[in-house]
Design a protein around this ligand. Structure first.
Ligand code: DHB
Ligand code: FE
Length: 285
């Protein structure tokens, strides 16, 4: 008996998507196509509820600041309060943690030579809470515990795609050696193409985004070799958030000698706020 990684979910975390939900604006015509594209994923997760989610995301200067910049920060806490810049903390439930699974992942992944930072107390911002809202809607309580993994993609140097893919492989090994019968999903969040600042603010590159979705599914190892400068040139300065999707992809069975994942759902919509919003759901049936 052990835990298994059964599926991976990849989604943008645009804060305006969370605000649209929080303010009840999802039925407005400009939001309908985006939210309609999330429906199949919500149905799928209702039919395939995880016991826990390892949620890979980035903090945006809320839990961490320039005073302290951990590259890979694993949340060990029993609970995480929402926090956010700009609009303020979202009115969403406290995010429940899974300290036992987190402690096991820490033990296993650090022994596999990844120097994680362990965080016993932190808040979670839209990077974490918007994907939860996209997948689970607006429940009174989040339906399962979350192990948050905060990745620095805000302040250079940020980790390479290769490192992210390998970390995902290590997380798979960790989860699969956790001595409890748990159905675990891993989510990679952030992206897709976007630039929020400077002369190229508003940059969106659908060709790049579709290429990224295709190669994430079919050529994750090749995609992991893509240098940072290509993300920045093609997907904008904040497009580098996409490197986090490789962590979730690395945790799928095919990178451990198993079968290729199945594409359950794909959705792409521009724009959400200033950003290309994408989603991919993969499982190992
Ligand atoms: C937007 C997107 C982000 O990923 C983010 O962290 C902040 C803002 C946006 O499109 O507005
Ligand atoms: Fe972001």
């Amino acid at each position: 008996m052990s835990a298994r990684i059964t599926a991976s979910v990849y989604t943008s975390h645009v804060p305006a998507i969370g605000v649209a939900m929080d303010l009840g604006k999802t039925e407005l015509p400009n939001w309908v196509p985006l939210f309609a594209g999330y429906e199949p994923a919500r149905q799928w997760i209702t039919d395939n509820p995880p016991d826990a989610v390892v949620l890979v995301y980035n903090d945006h200067g809320n839990a961490f600041s320039l005073e302290m910049i951990p590259t890979f920060a694993l949340g060990m806490a029993a609970a995480y309060e929402p926090a956010d810049e700009g609009w303020g903390a979202r009115p969403v439930p406290t995010v429940p943690g899974h300290p036992e699974l987190a402690a096991h992942i820490a033990q296993s992944v650090i022994q596999q030579d990844f120097d994680l930072t362990l965080v016993n107390e932190m808040t979670v911002d839209h990077g974490c809470t918007v994907p939860l809202s996209i997948m689970f809607g607006q429940p009174e309580e989040w339906p399962c515990p979350i192990v948050p993994l905060a990745v620095n993609v805000v302040q250079y140097p940020v980790p390479s795609g290769r490192r992210c893919l390998a970390l995902g492989q290590a997380i798979r090994g960790a989860v699969e050696s956790f001595d409890e019968d748990l159905n675990v999903q891993i989510w990679g969040t952030g992206g897709m193409s976007h630039q929020l600042q400077g002369p190229r603010a508003g940059l969106i590159n659908p060709d790049f985004d579709h290429m990224f979705l295709d190669r994430l599914l079919n050529d994750p190892v090749g995609l992991s070799e893509m240098p940072h400068i290509d993300y920045v040139r093609e997907a904008g300065s904040e497009g580098i958030e996409l490197v986090m999707w490789l962590i979730a992809r690395g945790a799928m069975a095919d990178l451990d000698g198993g079968p290729a994942p199945r594409e359950v759902h794909r959705h792409y919509h521009v724009p959400a706020s200033n950003t290309a919003a994408g989603m991919l759901v993969l499982d190992n049936p």
